[in-house]
Design a protein around this ligand. Structure first.
Ligand code: SF4
Length: 365
């Protein structure tokens, strides 16, 4: 709703909608709902601001074992395919104390795994420091690395994940914090988007193919047992067949544990949408299939490596497809199914992996 063309579409096509609100007025929903009911008038509450952090909003959590915790909102990167900076405003970080208190509370309530969320998590407090925006001093937290280390100390929390970091902001102190914090999972999601330097420049990603690969190399050297996952967009405007080969080349070299693959789609209001050299759908699909084939072959290979190994698995519940087996995830986020007593739900168990099935592994206690 933060995009005008969408609001216009709602108003013209769905005239029965009573309230339209945007990302910056989400916290006012109860007030807006009450107003609409009282006045029986249609209400539009969309403001265009850089954005604020609102604390204390109620959160409905689906799981009692894993929780996501937002550490920052907005984005300053303006990748040319992405609408997020326009609809979520500029980067701003939550106060360290509020994050720590929320996680301590989750730990007291039995949560075991925390995923820290933000459009650019590893630039946590960076904007505040650059622009001299004061933030509350708390347990010495002044960066993403120090935040990770403090969360690592919270009793009860057994796993810490984070999405998404930006390769350009992956500083040495963050690498060191991941390596030295025993609860921080050694699966890092490092969005690549494209493997060709010219395409990356057009995407406004601010790193080259070589910089990405040398970051991966450095991380692999410093973080024992590191695995990586990534996001890739195929068919960005102007991408040639040869340039797409660079993406395949990076995938072959890095050997990602998981790849979230996307076919480029135009978003109104982004620079990518205005680019003249859009790739025909058929071509985009051909490239996507080629990437998918490579990724699936690599996944099969990587899954095979798990067979016979012992893995710590956080048990999440009964399998959706088969109530007779339990399901959980490894540190590297692989789904594992196994036979076990329901009392294990919410606990960390050691499993021996006995077989692999592309999207999941099978284990036994
Ligand atoms: S892709 Fe991520 S980093 Fe780039 S503009 Fe969108 S939210 Fe920001």
């Amino acid at each position: 709703m933060q995009e005008k063309h969408i609001t216009d579409k709602i108003k013209s096509s769905y005239p029965f909608v009573d309230i339209v609100f945007g990302t910056h007025t989400l916290h006012k929903f109860p007030e807006d709902l009450y107003k609409a009911l009282e006045t029986k008038k249609k209400l539009e509450d969309i403001i265009d601001i850089d954005g604020e952090i609102y604390e204390g909003l109620p959160i409905k959590r689906d799981s009692k074992i894993k929780a996501s915790v937002t550490i920052m909102n907005g984005c300053n990167n303006f990748c040319s395919y992405c609408i997020v900076p326009y609809v979520r405003g500029r980067e701003r970080s939550r106060q360290p104390k509020n994050i720590i208190c929320e996680i301590e509370d989750l730990a007291k309530n039995g949560y075991k795994e925390i995923t820290l969320l933000g459009q650019n998590v590893n630039s946590y407090l960076k904007v505040e420091k650059e622009k001299n925006i004061p933030f509350e001093q708390y347990r010495g937290i002044n960066s993403f690395a120090t935040l990770l280390k403090e969360i690592n100390k919270i009793d009860g929390i057994e796993r810490i994940r984070f999405i998404s970091p930006h390769p350009k902001d992956f500083t040495d102190d963050v690498i060191e914090a991941i390596a030295s914090s025993n609860k921080v999972c050694k699966l890092v999601h490092l969005p690549l988007q494209a493997g060709n330097t010219r395409v990356l420049k057009d995407m406004n990603r601010k790193y080259t193919k070589e910089q990405y690969l040398s970051l991966v190399e450095k991380m692999k050297n410093k973080i024992p047992n590191l695995t990586l996952s990534t996001d890739i967009i195929v068919g960005f405007p102007g991408e040639t067949d040869e340039e797409f080969e660079d993406t395949l080349d990076v995938v072959k070299k890095v050997k990602f544990e998981q790849v979230y693959m996307f076919i480029y789609s135009r978003r109104v209001g982004t620079p990518g949408d205005k680019m003249k050299n859009q790739i025909p759908e058929e071509e985009k699909h051909k490239r996507f299939d080629k990437l998918k084939e490579l990724v699936e072959n690599q996944m099969e290979e990587s899954n095979k490596k798990y067979i016979g190994t012992m893995q710590k698995v956080l048990v999440e519940g009964e399998s959706k497809n088969n109530k007779d087996v339990l399901t959980g995830r490894t540190d590297s986020n692989k789904v594992v199914v196994f036979e076990g007593d329901k009392s294990l739900i919410g606990k960390m168990v050691e499993l021996k992996i006995i077989s692999e099935h592309m999207w999941y592994l099978r284990g036994e206690i």
